[in-house]
Design a protein around this ligand. Structure first.
Ligand code: ADP
Ligand code: 5GP
Length: 202
């Protein structure tokens, strides 16, 4: 199972890119996270997120149900162990749309995953995109930009950096990263195992 982790400063276009990438690659599925955030217009439970309340989320944390979780702009977000296990059983690859701390924790749990940080063409364009999306209050916008400045400071720890200027070009670059993730696990490791068996190398 190939694991592709995407992180970006809010407003860069990560969700847009993730959607395009998922459309292009049927065997790649979104890891649907749990969150205490309210649904935005058009967001469906179980498709975009598993929406929950803070008390239930905290109970799940206590029960050890999350591989990773983080607080972001006043809401809790987390990846359940069961999501990854279900994907493994189904034989599909997983795309994780997470913030920076979650990306680091997933990479620690699954070192074979490919972690990619998506960059906007400029800070000005990022602000325009986030404002243009029209989903954030002035407070949430300021909070997301402040968090973004901190996220940029650690973006060079990621395996890959992709710039989202022209959308199609960025989807091509992400397809290359997905292919790298597959070579690391699905294609590469499967072949190595059969070769070892054939060679009697254990
Ligand atoms: P994120 O998930 O990173 O917060 P979104 O995917 O919601 O960001 O994108 C933020 C806004 O920028 C949306 O209105 C989206 O349509 C727009 N957008 C995304 N990628 C591009 C791009 N390459 N060029 C122009 N606008 C873009
Ligand atoms: P949004 O509210 O814009 O959907 O998401 C806010 C941030 O939380 C984004 O950076 C998104 O990638 C991140 N996020 C979504 N799901 C998870 C998750 O399961 N874990 C972590 N750590 N971050 C997540």
């Amino acid at each position: 199972m190939a694991l592709l982790i995407l992180a970006a400063v809010s407003g860069t276009g990560k969700s847009t890119l993730a959607r395009a990438l998922l459309d292009r690659h049927p065997n790649l599925r979104l890891s649907v996270s749990h969150t205490t955030r309210s649904p935005r217009p058009g967001e469906r439970p179980g498709v975009h997120y598993h929406f929950t309340d803070r008390a239930s989320f905290e109970a799940e944390v206590k029960a050890g149900r999350f591989v990773e979780w983080a607080e972001y702009a006043g809401n809790l977000y987390g990846t359940a162990h069961s999501t990854i296990e279900a994907a493994r059983l189904a034989g599909v690859d997983l795309l994780f749309d997470v913030e920076v701390q979650g990306a680091g924790n997933l990479k620690r749990a699954y070192p074979e995953a490919c972690a990619c940080f998506i960059l906007p063409p400029s800070w000005r364009v990022l602000e325009d995109r986030l404002r243009g999306r029209g989903t954030e209050s002035p407070e949430s916008l300021a909070r997301r930009l402040a968090t973004g400045r901190q996220e940029l400071a650690v973006a060079d720890r990621f395996d890959y950096l992709v710039v989202n200027d022209v959308l199609d070009a960025a989807v091509d670059d992400l397809t290359a990263v997905y292919q790298a993730a597959r070579l690391r696990t699905v294609t590469g490791l499967a072949h190595l195992q059969s070769l070892r068996a054939e060679a009697g190398a254990g």
